[in-house]
Ligand binder design. Structure first.
Ligand SMILES: NC(=O)c1ccc[n+]([C@@H]2O[C@H](COP(=O)([O-])OP(=O)(O)OC[C@H]3O[C@@H](n4cnc5c(N)ncnc54)[C@H](OP(=O)(O)O)[C@@H]3O)[C@@H](O)[C@H]2O)c1
Length: 470
């Protein structure tokens, strides 16, 4: 392997699930689109693999031009906790200029790897850039996140750190800002005078699969709420940034997170749940505690819903209802529900089915926007019915680049915009830790059938305000 390649990507934990399913396919796609050139990948793992065995291990099922790509990959055996083994890796990297270190491993190893990279002067930017990519979750709570950040910042500066929330790499998440800040119509409605409430749902039909070890320690609050949900709220509610620089965007997102609180006491503004056996895709699905390697007494939540409030001028009094759950439906949608007009004319008609206007931003599986309006119903009798104006980007243009592709391209370019700053992570943990504190006292963990939309308590959370989940 030529050691003087322009870019070296070192993946720690390269025999794991993330590398095989996301990282290698993303780099392969970038290579195929000629977006990454003159690079090498050093795959670091503890297994006894040869270069070829590793390449076969991560080879996607359809892999045109794989040989051309995979010859850029070499395997390097290293046990993270054995500090003596880092010298050999350092030697291998000695002529490399620009290096991205991807920590695709459990967070407990982040500190030791970072410390060893620092000791071996691999974090020093004298001959090229050095960047570190950290997977979410960044810590397990504020305390562990702070410890991790302290360890990381001993080795890398904040500028060198890329904290991944892969949701931010999704095209339609980025589209939230484009939609909001390029369309007069949306600019005018984005205000407490017009918006009644906001709903955000990010949920999955899948259960935990083989990831019990991770998931049972995390749960829905740490896994999705602390990162994806809070980031989506920040993008929906932020003020226009002064420019498109990472700093300007992060600053505006941070102001939203600072102003974000639970809307009232947590007993009334939050709900958690755990999936029980049910039916998914017309097949029987087991409950959470029956999943492989989940302790039978586990009280880990697989669902969270919350009602949040923003104490800022634009959104004061506009509730944000959010929910995320496993074994529900595959959907990530943001609904901006507008206030109703006074019911003076058509809604008095017996045939009127007037509904609130809703602007929906769909992130997955559909990527698009839709606007629900009211129109005249067809037929002889004057009536009203909801109509939908819809634009589906992936239906029109086909699939969009995977989040990790866009994120890798940004890391190589040195663009931090789609990565979370330490301040955002810290504030997100402060908000999320309140849930865990609350659950120490409130032991209620309602079950919901797999394949349903979540526990009935989540419906009550919104229905007690005279609203419904869309
Ligand atoms: N998988 C996902 O979809 C996903 C999504 C978002 C975030 N993440 C995060 O990404 C990280 C990696 O996830 P993953 O699912 O890929 O985990 P994983 O499948 O458990 O892989 C972990 C990797 O670390 C290696 N490893 C563990 N201990 C080691 C040691 N002492 N020395 C050397 N290598 C060691 C493993 O080697 P062996 O193969 O030999 O065990 C494996 O290559 C985690 O922080 C996870 O939370 C994952």
């Amino acid at each position: 392997m030529n050691k003087t390649r322009a870019i070296t990507i070192v993946i720690f934990g390269a025999t794991g699930d993330l590398t095989k399913r996301k990282l290698i396919p993303a780099l392969f796609a970038l290579h195929n689109e000629h977006r990454i050139k003159d690079f090498q990948i050093i795959a670091v793992g503890r297994r006894e693999f040869t270069d070829q065995k590793f390449r076969d291990h991560v080879k996607p099922s359809t892999a045109k031009d794989w040989i051309n790509f995979s010859k850029n990959i070499t395997y390097h055996k290293l046990e993270f906790t054995n500090t003596k083994e880092y010298a050999l890796l350092t030697k291998k990297l000695s002529f490399c200029t620009n290096i991205a270190f991807y920590f695709a491993t459990a967070p407990e190893y982040f500190s030791i790897i970072a410390e060893q990279l620092r000791k071996h002067k691999l974090t020093n930017e004298s001959i090229g850039w050095r960047r570190v990519i950290i997977e979410k979750p960044f810590g397990n709570n504020l305390l562990t996140a702070q410890a991790l950040n302290t360890a990381l910042t001993k080795a890398f500066s904040e500028e060198q750190i890329y904290r991944i929330d892969h949701y931010l790499g999704k095209e339609f998440v980025q589209n939230i800002l484009v939609l909001r800040f390029t369309n007069t119509i949306l600019d005018h409605l984005w205000h407490k005078h017009i918006i009644d409430h906001v709903q955000i749902t990010v949920s999955q039909k899948d259960g935990i699969g083989t990831r019990a070890g991770y998931y049972d320690n995390a749960g829905a609050a740490r896994d999705f709420f602390q990162s994806h949900i809070l980031q989506l709220i920040a993008l929906v509610a932020m003020e226009p940034p002064g420019s498109l620089t990472a700093e300007a965007i992060r600053n505006e997102k941070m102001k939203v997170l600072e102003a974000l609180e639970y809307a009232g006491v947590l007993d009334e503004s939050t709900v958690r749940g755990q999936y029980a056996a049910g039916i998914v895709d017309a097949k029987k699905a087991i409950g959470y505690i029956a999943e492989a390697n989940v302790p039978k007494q586990s009280r880990t939540e697989t669902f969270v819903a919350a009602k949040l409030a923003l104490n800022n001028f634009r959104f004061a009094g506009v509730p944000f209802y959010v929910r995320t759950g496993k074994r529900t439906t595959d959907v990530a949608d943001i609904h901006i529900v507008l206030k109703d007009l006074p019911c003076l004319l058509f809604c008095a008609l017996p045939t009127a089915k007037t509904r609130s206007n809703v602007l929906t931003i769909s992130i997955q599986p559909k990527q698009g926007i839709a606007l629900r309006l009211n129109g005249r119903s067809t037929g002889h009798t004057l009536g009203v019915q909801p109509v939908k104006l819809e634009y589906c980007q992936n239906c029109t243009f086909g699939s969009t680049p995977e989040a990790y592709e866009l994120l890798f391209a940004d890391i190589i370019r040195g663009d931090h915009t789609l990565f979370t700053s330490w301040e955002e992570v810290k504030r997100s943990w402060q908000i999320t830790d309140k849930l865990h504190e609350h659950w120490k006292k409130n032991k209620n963990l309602p079950l919901y059938p797999a394949g349903s939309s979540g526990p009935k308590e989540a419906d009550i959370l919104i229905e007690q305000d005279g609203r419904r989940w869309i």
